[in-house]
Design a binder for this molecule. Structure first.
Ligand SMILES: [Zn+2]
Length: 268
């Protein structure tokens, strides 16, 4: 079987390169000349790549969640209704939901495949079927796993005013065959996006598109005025965390009480 059409814009794709995946499958990667999307043609059932929903080699999972929570906090405070409902799509162990709830946001988590460990009381198990609308949905390192990205991202677009997500953009001027994000030892990354892909997708779905040009992206139905996150501001985030550590030490009890109160109120 050969893939011929782009999963995003339906244009005819072009064979780009092939690479050994899971140490035993020769996978062919196809590129779309119109929107620059890259998709893998899988010679193996995708389930084989998912013995564990969160693969053992993913040592960056907590760091990513903490960093995204800080960035999301900045973005939400400046641009969105912080009292509204939020959802972390494919939220895994529920780490981001926990971190965002600790900051006072009404976040819930949805994940069909992974057991939630950190925010079990705040699951949105009926997410797919319900008519619930969200101020913003987060999707951390999810889009590169999607077998049918148009359907999934389209679903999120119906349910939220904005989507904040991470996935690494296809790098320019690099030998893609050796790009680490192909994740050939896990076999889980199967689709890849450029900023051109997301610009096309945002236009189709009625969003404005904002990006840090590396891995953090925002689709928003309203124009975003404060783009602080567009600066690759990890130093700024670290400074904020350092300051908060000091402040929270002083205010530890009231802060913890606030988090407990916020959660007990919402679970009633
Ligand atoms: Zn395309």
């Amino acid at each position: 079987m050969s893939l011929t059409n782009c999963k995003i814009c339906k244009s005819k794709t072009i064979f780009k390169f092939e690479k050994m995946v899971l140490k035993k499958y020769l996978v062919r990667y196809y590129c779309c000349p119109k929107c620059d999307f890259i998709q893998a043609e899988l010679p193996y059932p995708l389930e084989e790549a998912y013995a564990d929903a969160i693969v053992e080699k993913d040592t960056g999972v907590l760091f990513r969640n903490i960093l995204l929570a800080e960035k999301a906090d900045l973005i939400l405070k400046k641009n969105f209704n912080c009292r509204a409902k939020f959802l972390d799509f494919a939220g895994g162990y529920g780490v981001l939901t926990r971190l965002m709830r600790d900051k006072g946001y009404n976040f819930k988590s949805y994940d069909r495949f992974c057991k939630n460990l950190f925010s079990q009381q705040f699951l949105a198990n009926d997410f797919i079927d319900s008519n619930e609308k969200y101020e913003l949905i987060t999707a951390l390192e999810i889009f590169e796993h999607l077998e049918n990205p148009l359907a999934t991202i389209g679903l999120l677009a119906q349910k939220a005013k904005a989507i904040l997500f991470t996935t690494e953009l296809i790098p320019e001027n690099q030998d893609l065959k050796n790009w680490h994000y192909l994740s050939t030892d896990t076999g889980q990354h199967i689709v890849f996006y450029s900023s051109k892909t997301f610009e096309y997708l945002a236009q189709q779905l009625g969003f404005y598109y904002y990006t840090d040009q590396v891995s953090l992206h925002l689709f928003s139905k309203a124009k975003i005025k404060n783009l602080i996150f567009l600066k690759n501001n990890n130093k700024l985030i670290k400074a904020i965390q350092f300051l908060k550590l000091g402040i929270n030490f002083v205010r530890f009890l009231p802060k913890a009480q606030f988090a407990i109160n916020a959660d007990s109120k919402l679970s009633e």
